[in-house]
Design a protein around this ligand. Structure first.
Ligand SMILES: [Zn+2]
Length: 295
């Protein structure tokens, strides 16, 4: 089943929900970064959370989540666009810890630390930045804690990744449910009870549920309508042109150093692992361009 994001709202407008199936894009992230299972789960949960949170934004913002902790994984950086493109990486992709309570120990890998949420207007302008302490380092509860503390929005967030014994991603997905102002105590009680008794998101995806079915499962008893369902994917914004710009930004002295030494530059994109080789001739073209711009 292809990766999808669905959005739904209660007919009376008091509850909204988003769900995503992200198996393919989390597997792509694993292959690109060579992550071991605990790191795969951490990265996959964060990528899924970014897509879910991104789905609640106005359509002219990009969202990034940066988790920093004192555990062996150190950090996770992911970002998502309104179009459903997501990318990201972890600081130490080879992190793997013994399972805790039968689950991949993402909280132990991340440790104690902070979550920084940044919303960047696509048309320029000042980014909005918010910093909250990690609640558990398990990603879903950290994002729920951010929504409560920074946006005063009581939410349930579940994100999960099932890693096969051979290390590949078997299933990944998640949900985000929010009670809007005016939600009745009965509706909230029903949501809490649905979430408490539901299987994990990765288990729901393993059973073959798509994004709208996950929402129907979690919002059972609440009359809703699906607002939207659309594809999501791992996609990076790096390009050869951006690499050239970065090389130019190194400055002339550095560029001359490279030309005198290795005579080629290798640039690896942190977000997607793409490798760009800039050969001597192209470096000389860039050097000439920098001479033009500096008179
Ligand atoms: Zn890239």
């Amino acid at each position: 089943m292809a990766d999808r994001l669905a959005r739904t709202i209660a007919r009376d407008g008091t509850v909204r929900g988003l769900a995503a199936v992200t198996t393919d894009l989390v597997e792509e992230a694993r292959r690109r970064h060579g992550t071991l299972p605990t790191a795969t789960a951490a990265l996959g949960r964060a990528l899924t959370a970014a897509l879910l949170l991104g789905g609640t934004l106005k359509h002219d913002e990009r969202l990034s989540l940066e988790f920093s902790g004192d555990g062996p994984l150190r950090g996770i950086l992911v970002d998502a666009t309104p179009a459903g493109d997501v990318r990201g990486f972890v600081s130490r992709p080879r992190t793997h810890l013994p399972a805790r309570n039968g689950k991949l120990d993402v909280g132990g890998a991340l440790g104690r630390g902070v979550l920084c949420v940044m919303r960047v207007p696509l048309e320029g302008g000042a980014p909005y930045r918010s910093l909250v302490p990690l609640a558990s380092g398990e990603i879903g509860s950290d994002v729920a804690s951010y929504l409560l503390r920074s946006e005063q929005s009581p939410s349930a967030v579940g994100v999960g990744v099932f890693v096969e014994p051979d290390g590949r991603v078997g299933a990944a997905g998640g949900y985000l449910l929010q009670a809007m102002p005016g939600a009745s105590p009965e509706a909230i009680e029903r949501l809490v009870s649905n979430v408490d008794t539901a299987s994990s998101p990765s288990e729901l995806v393993r059973r073959g549920l798509g994004a709208p079915e996950i929402l129907a499962h979690l919002l059972a008893g609440v009359p809703t309508r699906v607002l939207e369902e659309r594809p999501v994917r791992f996609r990076c914004r790096c390009s050869r042109a951006r690499v050239d710009t970065a090389i130019l930004a190194m400055g002339r002295a550095e560029l001359l150093d490279v030309l005198a030494g290795e005579r080629r530059a290798e640039v690896v994109c942190e977000f997607c692992g793409a490798r760009y080789i800039v050969e001597e001739e192209e470096l000389r073209v860039l050097l000439a361009a920098s001479e033009d711009s500096h008179g």
